[in-house]
Design a protein around this ligand. Structure first.
Ligand code: SAJ
Length: 415
């Protein structure tokens, strides 16, 4: 079924929302981005991106200059609403859908018959249906049926984002895309829209399967990283170099072990598996164990650093990298941040952080007496060098710079 969509409203201009908004704008749609942060709105309306992501700056600049992308703080009517707001977990590890619900209440005021509402945020199974029932409560003037076999005035789908930070623009266009419709007709309409921006294949299903598919993809990766992390701890105990071991094991045609690290960070892999555990706590045994293995890894690394620091009176410890993974500026849920913070709290000497992708440290680290220094400066001063993120800037190093220092390389880049 063909439906004409011209104006798109993207709710939440973060790591997913902004690239999505700019990509639709580049294809000729009129796009407005609804944001709660004045700073983000101002930055985007100047034609700049507030996050570091390859090619994003150029895309945003082009879209804003062409008058196709505008950031706003007050909702306006549109043909399509794409929700890309955060879905964190609460301290008790249950999903926190507050931002989705807030976004739904906001857009409800301006929804019109024929609108397509797309949930792109990763969300617990059942979230799309909750949105349908929320809108049906909030807009009694529209015909919104909770029976997915009957068509209503609005169309609802879940189309999970699946892009990898650091490659967002490429993957946004090239990845296959799952579209789960509240009704088959909803999915068809959304597929028509996405086919105008993506070159990957569109896979159509129902909303609940689409929600679960996204959670499963990230849980699968988490379990596999947990295997690598557990292996690294076992190998430490058995005095085996885990990096050479993995390289060799991976030469088997059906073995592909991932890389150990200081823990799993970011707003996705470390969070989404809990949505499955929260819904099926008795059944999701492997998924929940993997989460615990990965969550334990920063403590293990911290312990290693503390033991090394005990050999000095007041050691200078250089911690290389704060982002949750290589070559991005995203510090959300970063194991490196957790390690550096706890190190400082433990009074383990002078802590220097090196993070080439940021200009200033978060206040929470400054308060703990941590300073941000250049790579060279930090190497000169350090007694202990801890490599936490495999940023490209850290890969080239003169081995002499590490002589006389205790080196803890959590990513295996200097092996
Ligand atoms: N990590 C390791 N070892 C590895 C791979 C990753 O320790 O071998 C760590 C990273 O350092 C990082 C964390 O895991 O701390 C997550 O990094 P990642 O690159 O695996 O994933 P994200 O969080 O950047 O993006 C993931 C992707 N999901 C999958 O690959 C299944 C992406 O496609 C999703 O769109 C994204 O989550 C999301 O938004 O859900």
């Amino acid at each position: 079924m063909k439906q004409e969509f011209n104006k798109i409203c993207v709710v939440g201009l973060g790591y997913i929302g902004l690239p999505t908004a700019a990509t639709f704008a580049a294809k000729g749609y009129d796009v407005i981005g609804l944001e709660v942060s004045q700073r983000v709105v101002d930055t985007i309306n100047k034609g700049e991106a507030h996050i570091v992501e390859p090619d994003l700056d150029m895309l945003v600049k082009g879209a804003v200059n062409a008058g196709r992308l505008k950031a706003v703080m007050v909702p306006e009517p549109a043909d399509v609403f794409i929700l890309s707001v955060p879905t964190p977990i609460a301290p008790d590890k249950n999903p926190d859908s507050t931002y989705i619900h807030k976004a739904v209440r906001t857009i409800s005021q301006v929804l019109e018959k024929g609108n397509l509402i797309i949930l792109e945020s990763t969300a617990p199974v059942g979230s799309t249906r909750t949105i349908v029932s929320m809108v049906s409560e909030l807009r009694k003037d529209l015909n919104i049926t909770l029976d997915s076999s009957e068509p209503g005035d609005l169309h609802f789908v879940h189309c999970p984002e699946r892009v990898l930070p650091g490659k967002i623009i490429t993957e946004l266009i090239e990845n296959d895309r799952i579209i789960g419709g509240f009704t088959p007709q909803c999915a068809e309409i959304a597929a028509d829209l996405y086919s105008s921006i993506i070159s990957g294949e569109i896979l159509i299903t129902d909303d609940r399967t689409a929600e679960m598919a996204k959670l499963v993809e990230n849980a699968y990766r988490d379990v596999n990283i947990a295997f690598a992390n557990e292996l690294s701890v076992i190998c430490d105990e058995q005095k085996i170099n885990v990096w050479s071991l993995i390289k060799m094991a991976n030469r088997h045609p059906r073995v592909n072990i991932l890389q150990p690290g200081p823990g799993v960070g970011g707003h996705c892999i470390a969070i989404d598996p809990w949505f499955i555990v929260s819904a099926s706590p008795e059944k999701a045994k492997l998924i929940s164990t993997a989460r615990k293995v990965n969550d334990d890894k920063p403590h293990y690394i911290l312990d290693k650093i503390t033991k090394a620091a005990d050999r000095f009176k007041k050691p200078v410890i250089a911690c290389l990298g704060l982002a949750f993974k290589a070559n991005i500026d995203d510090l959300r849920e970063s194991p490196a941040i957790a390690i550096v913070q706890r190190l400082a709290e433990g009074g383990n000497g002078k802590i220097i952080a090196v993070e080439p992708f940021i200009d200033s440290l978060p206040e929470s680290l400054v308060e703990k007496g941590i300073s941000l220094e250049s790579f060279d400066q930090a190497l000169q001063r350090a007694d202990i060098v801890v490599l936490l993120v495999d940023h490209k800037q850290f890969k080239k190093i003169d081995s002499e710079q590490l002589q006389q220092k205790i080196v803890i390389d959590t990513r295996g880049i200097w092996q």
